[in-house]
Design a protein around this ligand. Structure first.
Ligand code: BES
Ligand code: MN
Ligand code: MN
Length: 462
């Protein structure tokens, strides 16, 4: 891969400038105001695929945002790598907390990224990481060193649940035929501790609506006499964890696979500093389920968290009112072998059952997703591990992540394909938050490492 690597070194600046163009497009999938921008981003991805040398490029329309497809089949008898990524991004708000505008990318140095990091919404999740694949592919193409076939499937709805990609996959089994799926949409431990993501949590997401009286009431005339939906909702939510921070929903843990003592000991070998963790988040201490370490709480244990809560008067000054309704959005992160439908049903039954008389509860399920665990004794893992060893000079550590990419479990079910997750972001890169960034070191390391995966995978498949 000598020529590929020198092509990358010679084109670093171009690669960066091209990524900055993509980052300027506010492709926010959740907000209909940005539908045109999402399409523009799809078009730009397709253009970059063309430039890189892909064939059969198509911007596949869906009832939602489009999926960009492209491929390079150099020899049908060689293995095929299917690259998945997403070009849509999360909304950028709260805008006032960004130190520079979310869609005006700039390079700034940070303590963790002394070489500089790209600050922009989507820089790490996932435009920057998806883009590493386009450029690694371009480098292999331009130098005639592409060792196997490649297919690209870059979607625009990951951040809103990948509903239309699920349909696309079901309808395109033949076109998506491959030997492995390769994804860079996760993270690694640190810039000097490379890791490969070997698991993702699943997700069950619900919105609850709690109704008390049929209208807002004067809190003096009615206070003390009716169930206040906010008081009740917060009490109900508080009861969902016990004093050890275990979740109290009956049956919630029934299908949870407990790790063996050996597996937990293996996990504990990954470096983790509670002190650095607390410092980075400006907290005195961590918090969580009794009996588990912070890395365990964040990866191999299920959770229940309120993501938003509202109701009543929140404007300026005081308004003495008992609201008629209160709401909350609640996410549950799932681990093997929990399933989103079952957990949602358990939540719904339990939440309705704990509502006091005088309160009506509605639970509306949102999108969900299955947890994933990928093997570490596979050709795909070995190919990735060796690639990191080449570029980082260190063997990567397998790490299960706490985030979710619901479509990955679906790929396995529909296409029968395993996924290798080569993520290059850091937890401190602030994905989904103000000031999201992606280290230049990480961006370039990703581009350098990916071609070795292709080479190793092709050789190991022989
Ligand atoms: N790329 C993230 C998921 C992720 C990040 C996994 C870091 C592991 C490490 C993805 O874009 C994401 O944000 N997923 C959502 C779920 C989706 C259904 C909105 C999530 O995890 O909240
Ligand atoms: Mn992502
Ligand atoms: Mn995301």
């Amino acid at each position: 891969m000598k020529l590929t690597q020198s092509f990358i070194q010679e084109n670093k600046e171009n690669f960066l400038n091209e990524l900055l163009e993509l980052l300027k497009i506010p492709s926010i999938s959740a907000d209909a105001k940005y539908t045109g921008d999402v399409s523009n981003a799809a078009e730009q991805v397709a253009n970059y695929l063309t430039k890189a040398g892909a064939d059969k490029i198509e911007i596949c329309k869906t009832v939602g945002h489009p999926i960009v497809y492209g491929e390079k089949i150099i020899d049908p008898s060689l293995p095929t790598v299917l690259v998945y990524g997403h070009y849509d991004v999360q909304p950028a708000d709260p805008l006032e907390l960004w130190t520079s505008p979310a869609f005006e990318p700039v390079i700034k140095k940070t303590e963790i990224h002394p070489e500089g990091a790209i600050f922009a919404r989507g820089s790490c999740d996932d435009k920057g990481q998806m883009f590493m694949h386009l450029k690694a592919f371009e480098a292999m193409m331009k130098t005639n060193e592409l060792p196997c076939n490649v297919k690209f499937m870059i979607e625009g709805e990951e951040e809103i649940g990948s509903t239309n990609l699920a349909i696309f996959v079901k309808e395109n089994h033949e076109r998506l035929k491959a030997d492995i799926i390769l994804v860079s949409d996760t993270g690694m431990l640190s810039n000097d501790t490379p890791s490969i993501t070997t698991g993702l949590r699943g997700l069950s997401y619900v919105e609850v609506e709690v109704t008390g009286p049929n209208r807002d009431l004067h809190s003096g005339l009615y206070g003390g006499c009716v169930a206040n939906p906010i008081n009740v909702l917060t009490k109900m939510i508080a009861s969902l964890h016990d004093e050890d921070n275990h979740i109290t929903i009956p049956g919630f843990y029934d299908d949870v696979v407990e790790l063996s003592a050996e597996e937990r000991a293996e996990m504990a070998k990954a470096p983790f500093s509670a002190e650095a963790y607390n410092k980075a988040l400006d907290m005195e201490d961590v918090y969580g389920e009794k009996g588990y370490s912070t890395p365990e709480r964040g990866a191999i244990r299920p959770t229940l968290d309120v993501n938003g809560i509202w109701g009543g008067y929140t404007g300026e000054g005081a308004k003495t009112v008992i609201p008629s309704k209160a709401y909350a959005k609640i996410s549950m992160r799932l681990v093997p072998n929990q399933t989103p439908d079952e957990i949602t049903a358990l939540f719904q039954n339990h939440f309705e059952s704990i509502a006091p008389k005088g309160i009506r509860v509605k639970v509306n399920p949102h999108h969900g997703g299955f947890p994933v665990v990928t093997p570490i004794d596979s050709i795909g893992y070995e190919a990735a591990s060796k690639a990191y060893e080449t570029t980082f000079g260190k063997k990567p550590i397998p790490v299960r992540s706490g985030g979710s990419i619901p479509i990955i479990a679906m790929f396995e079910k529909e296409l029968g394909l395993k996924t290798v997750m080569m993520g290059f972001g850091l937890d401190s890169d602030a994905i989904h938050s103000p000031n999201e960034h992606f280290g230049l070191f990480n961006f370039y390391k990703g581009i350098e490492t990916i071609p070795y995966f292709f080479k190793n995978f092709t050789e190991l498949m022989k």
